[in-house]
Design a protein around this ligand. Structure first.
Ligand code: FES
Length: 575
């Protein structure tokens, strides 16, 4: 029992035997088999979601973090108990990690609900893990605090700093363009990931870490500390201590992740030049709390929020540089007039108080002032038009200025397989001014909306030195990638979207300034094609998780969550 007489710790969430006294007796008998005393078992219990996996280098430091979290919990008088959940690494998730994000969210949510814990520390890091954990926390309603594994350090290749995964893509594209040879590509493969931890640029993992801090679900300063720094372990210890406090004070996720907190997170996403994936993830997390993210209002926000972080892929630096420059607080301070600074965060202080508590680092060149931005508007722009009636997005801060207003001839690939088979065909009819279109890589179509939106430049053009082309798909793109890439076209091709109607030679217009993405084909012809392109969701002969996925998955603007996991939407952000 807690001090106020309510049930806590071991007495909660008992297994159903029809006799609660027996359920508790049996539970304690079993756990005592691991050597616990009655004193230990009478404490508030802090669950720790253990996402260590031998397949996940981004979580390679989790064992050390758990040890530090446990120390913090015990210093505050709680009992820490770690438990395993699914762990997802981007490069070890077939067909794509997004296919598994909701499974991890369900696993985490149900294990929080199933086991006795008064609060939970969620240790995530790699791209889909933090979103899955925050979705789970929002649904489970148990006091929760996020901890991330932290970014890896940058490496060095022939005297140049390199890091996953912007430089992975850069070197691979140079290799495809025959600018570097077999020996150099093998050499750099050893240098791109020099330590454990998450990707060292402002990719999805770094973006989500910053957004978790901006949302108030993670301790101030903890988004950027590298995975191998002592700072990271100290944040873990402090997280354990805070977890005991939020358990005793019953601070639940919905009291932190409010409408105002999501507005702050959207602002930060734009000012970071952050990953486009994060918009889908924020939409999914907010949706779990009945909050809708309004894409049109988000776009208006984008027009007044400059990109200030000089990190790859929009800029030049790496996450460790942002940490040395003062971490996320340095950015929050710059955009302070655009934030709700009175929101309460997980450490019981307001966002404004947290910003004030971090020393200002002078003479740093990673976080720009609003007068001297990396890019004058937010990193992401929302597009609309007859090709994407429900919206599409472009990471305008990482696109080519010359292609921001462009009309070109479509070169269409109908699937991933079609792309792989033909993209490097020397006879492919393609020119540098064409628009590469990839259909059927959306949430249902692929399925799982893989990060294949960064369609490779056809080899024959890459060899001629072509570095960027306008590319359009209903898929996603890694947060570490750059180029003039239109993503998340909705509805997707496999959900009756107009993208399915594009044919080779059609003209497509992109006008980012006016937020237009248009297929220049008349309505009569599109109707005719619609009759010839029957929509079909292949759920027959499909079983298990895949069947549930295909039947339940929502489109990008709804966060690609499962329909049955979203309560009715009762409010909107930005307001
Ligand atoms: Fe894990 Fe990039 S692959 S963060």
């Amino acid at each position: 029992m807690s001090r106020d007489g309510s049930k806590q710790g071991m007495s909660t969430r008992l297994t159903s035997y029809g006799d609660e006294g027996f359920s508790l007796f049996l539970r304690k008998a079993f756990i005592k088999g691991m050597g616990y005393s009655d004193d230990a078992l009478s404490r508030p219990i802090i669950g720790i979601a253990n996402t260590y996996s031998g397949y996940n280098a981004c979580h390679g430091n989790v064992p050390g973090l758990i040890e530090s979290v446990k120390r913090g919990v015990m210093l505050a008088g709680g009992l820490p108990i770690d438990f395993p959940t699914i762990s997802l690494h981007e490069s070890f998730s077939h067909p794509t990690s997004m296919y598994l994000r909701n499974l991890m969210a369900m696993d985490t949510e149900e294990m929080i609900r199933a086991q006795p814990m008064d609060a939970v520390v969620l240790i995530g890091g790699c791209d889909k893990t933090v979103p899955a954990q925050l979705m789970a926390a929002a649904s489970a309603g148990t006091p929760a605090i996020q901890l991330v594994t932290g970014p890896m350090l940058a490496g060095s290749h022939r005297g140049t700093r390199v890091g996953a995964c912007t430089d992975c893509r850069r070197f691979w594209s140079s290799y495809r363009g025959q600018e570097i040879d077999d020996q150099e590509i093998a050499e750099v493969n050893d240098k791109l990931v020099p330590t454990v931890g998450t990707c060292s640029v402002m990719g999805t993992a770094s973006t989500m870490a910053c957004l978790a801090e901006a949302l108030g679900m993670m301790l101030p300063g903890s988004a950027t500390a590298p995975a191998v720094f002592a700072d990271r372990l100290r944040f873990a210890e402090q997280t354990g201590t805070e977890a005991v406090r939020i358990a005793l004070e019953k601070i639940t996720p919905e009291t932190i992740m409010t409408q105002a907190a999501f507005e702050n997170a959207l602002r930060v996403l734009l000012a970071l030049g952050g990953s486009t994936n994060a918009l889908i993830h924020l939409t999914a997390i907010a949706g779990r709390l009945g909050i809708d993210i309004d894409l049109a209002a988000f776009d208006r926000m984008s027009r007044e929020t400059p990109v200030l972080i000089d990190l790859k892929p929009s800029g030049d630096h790496y996450m460790e540089d942002l940490h040395h420059a003062g971490g996320l607080a340095a950015l929050l301070r710059e955009i302070r007039p655009l934030l709700h600074t009175d929101v309460i965060t997980i450490n019981k202080r307001t966002l404004g108080e947290n910003i004030d508590s971090v020393p200002v680092i002078l003479n740093q060149n990673v976080v720009r002032s609003r007068e001297n931005p990396i890019f004058g508007q937010g990193g992401i722009a929302v597009l609309k038009g007859n090709l994407a009636p429900n919206g599409a997005i472009i990471k305008q801060s990482a696109a080519s200025a010359r292609l921001m207003k462009h009309t070109g001839r479509a070169v269409v690939f109908t699937s991933m397989e079609d792309l792989v088979n033909r993209i490097d065909d020397p006879d492919l009819d393609v020119h540098a001014d064409d628009v590469l279109v990839l259909q059927n890589i959306g949430p249902k179509g692929a399925p799982g909306m893989p990060e294949a939106g960064l369609i490779p430049i056809p080899r024959k053009l890459a060899i001629q030195g072509v570095k960027d082309m306008l590319r359009i798909s209903d898929g996603r793109m890694s947060g570490t990638a750059s180029g003039t890439i239109v993503l998340h076209v909705s509805p997707e091709a496999a959900h009756n979207g107009p993208l399915a109607l594009v044919r080779d030679g059609d003209l497509i217009e992109l006008d980012v300034e006016n937020r237009v993405i248009a297929l220049k084909v008349n309505d009569h012809e599109l109707d005719k094609r619609r009759q010839e392109t029957p929509f079909e969701t292949p759920t027959e002969n499909v079983l298990g998780y895949r069947k549930m996925f295909l039947e339940q998955i929502l489109q990008a603007e709804e966060g690609c969550d499962f329909r049955f996991s979203r309560p009715p939407l009762t409010s909107k952000v930005p307001r």
